[in-house]
Design a protein around this ligand. Sequence first.
Ligand SMILES: Cc1ncc(COP(=O)(O)O)c(C=O)c1O
Length: 341
Amino acid sequence: MIDLRSDTVTKPTEAMRKAMANAEVGDDVYGDDPTINELEKLGAGLTGKEAAIFVPSGTFGNQLALFTWCKRGSEVVLGEECHIIQHEAGAASVIAGVQTRTIPASDGVLRPQALRQRLRKAELHFPATSLICLENAHSLGRVVSLADMDAVRAVADEWRLPVHLDGARLFNAAAALHVPAREIAARADSVMFCLSKGLCAPVGSLLAGSRDFVDAARYKRKIMGGGMRQAGILAAAGIIALQEQAGFLAEDHERAKYLARELAAIPEIVINPEEVDINMVFFSFSPARDAVVAKSITDFFAKRNIIINAPEQGVFRFVTHYQIGDGEVDAILKVSREVFV
Ligand SMILES: Cc1ncc(COP(=O)(O)O)c(C=O)c1O
């Protein structure tokens, strides 16, 4: 099967499975798991932060960041299309107990003027802003430039506010910008990144920041039930994700760009290949706004062993990853040329 739904579908590599089987473990809630300790140290080093903490998922890591930074009832400012707003089931209101204030950012970029208009200090009628969140790479498939991140950092510094970076795909952003991950992370006070997206680890994310922030997050992780005991078995795969798999992300990006250019040659497809920054290809095919047509397209792919997500309002998203090579891309294009007519 060729699975184009997401890079979360990647499966652990053989090297990961061996490392998992042989991992040295201990009780991580006591700080005794040497493999988790090694992963946390590695993650902190790669992001240039003092410390990092292992968490079960990207959502957990983002919500733990909000829970650690923000007072209940305060306000978090972030982009309208970001994952925390769109795909975390309203968790910010449940866990951290914060109000979110969004900024239109169709390309994932928070513009200083729009940001300044939304920041506020506590007053009789106003909650105080407690945090600004960025996302890079953005789940819209876009990468935010270092200059755009600097502009947000400058506003945050004016207001003495912390910045949290949802870097679920931090290493995709690093590959796309041709910089080490720590250069991107340097623009934020905390950064969450995932080991289980295109990096093939089965489970896990890291939240990195200053030593004090991570100590506070460790306490809040306990509240959230995220202390995972002998989870070194999972961390062992995470170490390989960072050391071996991150280097392949640029190939996923190249395949996505190729796929986009070839899809652009199909007259009924609307796509701008210039907007493909990472491993995500978004395109629209307007007849698929109709639910019956949409279903017939997903079925057509499924019958040819290709799994795709149903389109949203005629917009499809194809995601390349470690388990999609050149042969798979050719197969996807062949079926696309037959069905998008
Ligand atoms: C940008 C972004 N942030 C956070 C997450 C959440 O990660 P998880 O699915 O591990 O909770 C995702 C998941 O796809 C994501 O794309």
